[in-house]
Design a protein around this ligand. Structure first.
Ligand SMILES: [Zn+2]
Length: 67
């Protein structure tokens, strides 16, 4: 199941450890994309996996681009 709105997810930058807010597009079951950190501008790879349950938040992983 997917949902057609953006969900805010809080995470930490893998480079500078600042808390950041990632917006997740609920219309795709699985996603991987690169976004620059708002603080240190390094490229983070964000992996999103929807749980299939609107009550359960998506699984989100943030890692360094070269890991
Ligand atoms: Zn950062």
């Amino acid at each position: 199941m997917t949902f057609n709105h953006l969900v805010e997810h809080r995470n930490h930058c893998p480079y500078c450890s600042e808390q950041l807010c990632v917006l997740i597009d609920g219309s795709e079951q699985e996603q991987e994309y690169v976004e620059d950190c708002q603080v240190c501008c390094q490229p983070m790879v964000i992996t999103v996996e929807l749980t299939g349950d609107a009550e359960t938040p998506p699984r989100v992983q943030v890692r360094r681009e070269n890991d």
